[in-house]
Ligand binder design. Structure first.
Ligand code: SF4
Length: 224
């Protein structure tokens, strides 16, 4: 059976890497290992998911091994996705039911999810040069979404990648839960602790704290 390309699944096809993107040798080697060990999995650069006319972009770090790297849809099938998609549904940014599967029919409405790094990194830790290399795709994706007014970055690495892509100086744009910075073109970067299992299990982040960032994003979209 023919496997879809990332571009065919994406709201921003012009910003997607090919399935066999060769640019990060360490990630390519890990991808090949996963393809041998788990041949039924996606095991390729994970495309963006959501609404081409999104006003809100959510930026994650990189695919999780058993989540997006397995299913091919950002945050789908792992612990972090449970809270993210529940929050999107709660705030009317998604329609349908989240079934932890790309075939669940869920659609985002006004929102899009991107990753700073499209391929699975060993131990969930991309190296700085891999983040820099994949930035070319990430920046094209953000640039191809002209309606985006607010960007929520999940975690510090996504925050730095989003700040750079928005023309903000990362050193002058401190990461913190709920931190805000405005780019020269008026787009706003909002930062959040990542909705990872670790952050939720340690109490660093809970649903209320996570939702507060989305409440703020909605308020920024419709001031007053
Ligand atoms: S992380 Fe990005 S640039 Fe690197 S191999 Fe994957 S798609 Fe290509």
């Amino acid at each position: 059976m023919r496997i879809a390309t990332p571009a065919e699944l994406s709201p921003v096809p012009e910003a997607e890497a090919p399935r066999d993107c060769p640019l990060c040798p360490r990630l390519v080697a890990f991808r090949e290992e996963c393809r041998i060990e788990f041949p039924q999995w996606w095991n390729a650069p994970v495309p963006a998911f959501g609404d081409r006319d999104a006003w809100l972009a959510i930026v994650g770090l990189a695919p999780g091994k058993h989540g997006a790297n397995r299913t091919g849809r950002p945050f789908t099938g792992d612990f972090a996705g449970e809270l993210l998609y529940a929050t999107l549904l709660k705030f009317g940014l998604a329609n349908g039911t989240y079934g932890a599967d790309p075939g669940d029919g869920l659609q985002l409405d006004g929102a899009v999810i991107l990753n700073a790094v499209k391929c699975l990194p060993p131990a969930n830790k991309p190296e700085p040069r891999e983040i820099a290399t994949c930035r070319s795709y990430f920046e094209v994706a953000l640039g191809a979404l002209p309606s985006v007014r607010v960007v929520i970055a999940l975690g510090q690495i996504a925050h730095v990648a989003a700040a750079r892509a928005m023309g903000l100086k990362p050193a002058a744009t401190k990461f913190g839960h709920g931190a805000e910075a405005t780019a020269a073109d008026g787009r706003i970067l909002l930062s959040s602790y990542h909705c990872s299992r670790y952050n939720q299990n340690t109490g660093r982040l809970d649903a209320k704290k996570f939702e507060s960032v989305f409440e703020r994003a909605l308020a920024l979209r419709c001031p007053g």
